[in-house]
Design a protein around this ligand. Structure first.
Ligand code: NAP
Length: 280
């Protein structure tokens, strides 16, 4: 079969997985660009991860996204890891090469930075100190991307301080760790507050913070996109801070992945946003 006739398959692998909106966007783009293919949910337990990942090339899939809880474990199964993903210590995207080799990438940081720039085109990472709450996978991608964008001071604050300390390796001159008990006071004088914890996500309690010390000019951003407006973003909006939710991060990280699998760099349009928002 010639390449133009090939039906290309991709998906998102994780557990739980059916809450993921990635199939909505990729299938929207496949239809929009007239590409023969499909993108699905792959529910995979950790014990089956290796077999599932190795099966990508055996089945001739274009690749897949990797999400919780497999972003770190899946790295071990790659034949090549992109240098940025290596620095982040996690992958969120696998691209199967012509020869069946598995290449791992991490587009989360790219997606996050683009999402902030879409929301605030004149945004700069070096406008002032930035508070980042959380030190999990999302924080790792976001913090390194902020450093690469030129951030001068990042105050990294996590419930488990040791995990925040681990994340500073190689970026110690920019990233300073504060204790969780200092999170409210650390917001004084910052240009940006970013939540990368899971607190405020659907099914989780609201993030336990006070915004009293946060300047009203500070941009408040949440990596979470379910719900679109977390309690943190609602509080920030009501007191007058500009806000940006996590949907743009999801949409933007998907663009380079779609290009790698299906050959077209897709556009984020109002119609696409509407299609995704219709599922909330
Ligand atoms: P993760 O690796 O599991 O990290 C979870 C983080 O939440 C850790 O820093 C953890 O702190 C913190 N946390 C958990 N319970 C807490 C509590 N009770 N109080 C304070 N902190 C608490 O998860 P992740 O991959 O980084 O994802 C984090 C969030 O980002 C999720 O809501 C996810 O949906 C979102 N996300 C969004 C996108 C997007 O495209 N928009 C992409 C990736 C992730 P400890 O270290 O102390 O446990």
């Amino acid at each position: 079969m010639s390449d133009s006739n090939k039906f290309k398959l991709a998906g998102v692998m994780g557990m739980p997985i059916y809450q993921s909106r990635s199939p909505i966007l990729h299938n929207y783009w496949l239809t929009k660009y007239g590409i023969k293919g499909a993108y699905g949910h792959f529910p995979v337990e950790l014990k089956n991860l290796e077999a599932a990942v190795r099966g990508l090339s055996a089945l001739g899939l274009a690749g897949c996204n990797i999400t919780l809880p497999h972003k770190v474990h899946a790295m071990k199964m790659m034949d090549h890891i992109d240098p940025l993903a290596k620095r982040m210590g996690a992958i969120n995207c696998i691209v199967v090469q012509e020869d069946g080799a598995l290449h791992g990438f991490n587009n989360d940081g790219y997606g996050y930075i683009q999402c902030v720039k879409d929301a605030k085109p004149n945004w700069r990472a070096d406008e002032g100190p930035i508070v980042v709450l959380g030190a999990g996978g999302a924080a790792r991608a976001i913090v390194l991307s902020l450093v690469d964008e030129g951030a001068k001071e990042i105050r990294l604050i996590n419930r488990t301080t040791s995990k925040a300390q681990e994340l500073t390796v190689g970026v110690e001159s920019v990233v300073k760790v504060f204790d969780w008990s200092e999170r409210n006071e650390a917001m004084r004088g910052v240009s940006m507050l970013i939540n990368t914890t899971n607190q405020g996500m659907y099914g989780q309690p609201a993030l336990d913070v006070s915004l009293d010390a946060l300047p009203l000019t500070a941009l408040v951003s949440d990596a979470i996109y379910i719900p679109l407006e977390t309690p943190l973003l609602e509080t920030a909006r009501l007191r007058g801070n500009p806000t940006v939710n996590g949907l743009g991060m999801l949409l933007n990280q998907a663009r380079p992945a779609f290009k790698a699998w299906f050959g077209v760099l897709p556009e984020i349009t109002d119609d696409l946003r509407k299609a995704v928002l219709a599922t909330f």
